[in-house]
Design a protein around this ligand. Structure first.
Ligand code: ATR
Length: 277
């Protein structure tokens, strides 16, 4: 390491697929920030030691990905309100006393991609969220702060959706997939991991309201099963989560460096790299 004072990294397992080094290196070049960003593979059960080692070597900040976001939450000495309620931290940095500060930028990334990058609306909209795992819990606080009229969480295991609805209270209700028959929503967000197996939750036709949008928090080199479903169901826009990925990274970068990168060219670069044969 040339200068450990400017070392940032992403920790996860697996990590080889991570786009974070590409994204942050592009942000650093664009904004003229002298920093290095690497990917660190951490063995299960060794997360705390890995963070301690990184911090002791002069590392400045970390992104945390699967499966360590909850462990990062527990390790943080101080958490933002959004990270607190997310129960997960994807961004860590160290203050002058060496205290670990934790934030979760996933929800901000999702909201910015919808509103700023695509001109969408959340305020006053009827929103349906599919899934009730860690990914959904991680984005709920910023999503609700954008004041939708209604927010329904549908999940295969309804009790998990009910737990989230209780945790976040205002305007959030829970239901099983079969209760969606006859309903329609302005924005449907897929936060399940079903796409990873090329699957879709069981969704009735007619779920996308006139003028409605679909958003898949997952992304892939080709349209995800949920994006394809949204297109077939007549969604005005069916987006995948690549923009969210770059936006959550931009917020981490801002928290660390105090500089806001321009995300549009970086989203384009990552998309090009993703679809390259
Ligand atoms: P993550 O961190 O990605 O959120 P998770 O906490 O394991 O991972 O949650 C995965 C989510 O995807 C859950 O809501 C899960 O539904 P259950 O809670 O009922 O397990 C959902 N999920 C995964 N595969 C699915 C499928 N094939 N159909 C519907 N939902 C699925």
């Amino acid at each position: 390491m040339n200068n450990p004072q400017t070392h940032y990294a992403v920790m996860g397992n697996p990590i080889a697929h991570s786009k974070s080094p590409l994204i942050h290196t592009a942000f650093a070049q664009q904004t003229g920030q002298a920093m290095q960003y690497t990917a660190i593979l951490v063995a299960e059960g060794e997360f705390v030691q890995a963070v301690e080692r990184f911090q002791a070597s002069g590392g400045k900040g970390l992104n945390i990905t699967v499966p360590f976001k909850q462990a990062a939450w527990a390790l943080a000495d101080q958490r933002s309100q959004s990270a607190e309620r997310a129960g997960a931290v994807n961004t860590l940095w160290f203050d002058e006393q060496g205290r670990r500060i934790g934030e979760n930028t996933d929800g901000i990334g999702l909201v910015r991609d919808i509103i700023q990058n695509h001109g969408g609306q959340i305020e006053g909209q009827r929103i349906l969220i599919l899934g009730a795992g860690g990914a959904v819990r991680g984005v709920l606080e910023p999503l609700l702060q954008a004041t939708p009229a209604q927010c329904v969480i549908a999940n295969r295991t309804v009790s998990k959706a009910e737990t989230l609805a209780e945790l976040f209270a205002a305007n959030v209700t829970a239901c099983p997939y079969d209760a969606l028959q006859g309903q329609s929503y302005d924005l449907i967000i897929n936060g399940t991991s079903a796409s990873l197996q090329g699957e879709l939750p069981p969704l009735p036709d007619g779920l996308v309201a006139e003028g409605g949008w679909c958003y898949d928090m997952m992304y892939a080199s080709t349209a995800t099963p949920f994006v394809q479903w949204g297109q077939k169901q007549g969604a005005v826009l069916a987006l995948d989560g690549l923009g969210m990925l770059v936006e959550q990274a931009a917020e981490s970068f801002y928290l660390w460096r105090g500089v806001k990168p321009d995300t549009a060219p970086v989203i384009q670069t990552v998309r090009e790299q993703l679809v390259k044969p």
